[in-house]
Ligand binder design. Structure first.
Ligand SMILES: [Zn+2]
Ligand SMILES: [Zn+2]
Length: 390
């Protein structure tokens, strides 16, 4: 089959590789019909995530048709259309039983690698380094889905791929980010980053009762989408002092809830701390560039919540913990507990409360993935989300 393979910083290639096979009785094989490039794939493309190996198959936002099932598969049949979440969960361990699916104890065969850095390991992930299991990803013609009965969500007939594909990651991720804010009636929610997760966080904040959403980015197309589709007020951090502006817009108090939908590779114009982060990361003195997180903590109102769907990997420098402590902030974060959100959000799509296809700006063939990564990385041509079709 054809697959998008990682070969190092700024290098992906479409290669012919062996088709996946059933390795375990709980596996299913799906033929991919749609798959997407994610902002967190750029952390791999930019060489930020350790334990990648040359030839690794990328991608964690797949959907397709079941073509083969293992002996223990009970719920899926050949021919079913399914969306596959980016996290792999067993369904039986302490964490899965407690609805903390992304913390599954049984799906990372390389847990020891993560344990060295994190103490204990989170769940295995598709296409996201050997530290999270070394699983082949979904930017390919076929995908092996471990624990397929637990993870793969069946899609009713008649719903097009475009509407349901983003149940694989960015819609639930934006939704959990908003849910983690514990939004109360009348709340103002500030969202840093208007990429796909940010766009879904904005929409979800309103679904969960926010009065007003303020969206922060620097890319005009993203800000326009936040305004037009998300009904957010927008701020461009190249033009405005974000802290001053947020304080002014909230009557001197600060936003009640702040969402960092940017994560580890924050751009921050020429701000001093961001320049320093970039310099430190480039010489391996720091692992992340947490400018947005600092600003979110700094701007959040006393007693408010900072929710972090943006991905961080290592040891963050100069986090204003004193501000977080003295303002009594709640911080919530983590990989999305996908399995908890996929069915309820599919229901919302079916009830026409939201149509996630609005974020698609580009459609490419799988073979064109290398060009897609470049377009996406440099946000060329108004690119917000790319769907790849094998
Ligand atoms: Zn993703
Ligand atoms: Zn589990």
């Amino acid at each position: 089959m054809k697959a998008v393979c990682w070969y190092g910083k700024n290098t992906v290639e479409v290669e012919t590789v062996p088709d996946p096979a059933i390795l375990n009785p709980h596996d299913a094989i799906i033929k991919i019909t749609s798959t997407a490039i994610c902002g967190s794939d750029l952390h791999l493309y930019d060489g930020y995530i350790p334990t990648m190996q040359k030839g690794d198959i990328l991608g964690h936002e797949p959907m397709g048709q079941v073509v083969e099932v293992g002996k223990e598969i009970k719920k899926l049949n050949k021919g079913d259309r399914v969306v596959v979440p980016f996290t792999i969960s067993c369904g039986r361990c302490f964490f899965c039983q407690n609805d903390q699916w992304s913390l599954c104890d049984n799906t990372n065969p390389n847990a020891w690698m993560a344990e060295k850095i994190y103490g204990t390991s989170p769940a295995g992930l598709f296409g996201y380094s050997h530290m999270t299991g070394g699983y082949a990803g979904g930017q390919a013609e076929y995908l092996r889905v471990p624990f397929a009965d637990v993870g793969a969500l069946k899609i009713p007939d008649g719903m097009p791929d475009d509407q349901v594909l983003f149940l694989s990651d960015v819609f639930p991720t934006g939704y959990m980010a908003a849910e983690n804010c514990d939004i109360q009636a009348g709340d103002t929610v500030a969202v840093w980053g208007c990429g796909p997760v940010g766009q879904f966080a904005i929409k979800s904040a309103y679904l969960l009762g926010a009065e007003r959403v303020i969206a922060i980015d620097r890319v005009p197309e993203r800000l326009r989408m936040a305004q037009e589709h998300g009904k957010a007020d927008t701020l461009n951090f190249n033009d405005e002092d974000i802290f001053d502006k947020l304080i002014e817009m909230t009557g001197g108090r600060g936003p009640d809830r702040c969402i960092d939908a940017v994560g580890t590779e924050a751009h921050a114009g020429g701000s001093f701390d961001a320049v320093l982060d970039k310099a430190k990361a480039s010489v391996l003195l720091g692992t992340d560039r947490p400018h947005v997180l600092r600003q979110a903590i700094h701007s959040c109102r006393k007693g408010g919540t900072v929710s972090i769907p943006g991905v961080y990997g290592g040891f963050l420098d100069k986090i204003p913990f004193g501000a977080a402590f003295n303002k009594g902030l709640t911080l919530k974060m983590g990989q999305t507990h996908m399995h908890k959100y996929m069915q309820p959000l599919l229901d919302r799509i079916q009830k026409h409360e939201i149509d996630p296809s609005f974020i698609i700006t580009h459609r490419l063939r799988l073979e064109d993935a290398p060009r897609g990564y470049e377009i996406f990385k440099h946000k060329q041509d108004g690119c917000i989300k790319i769907v790849l079709k094998p």
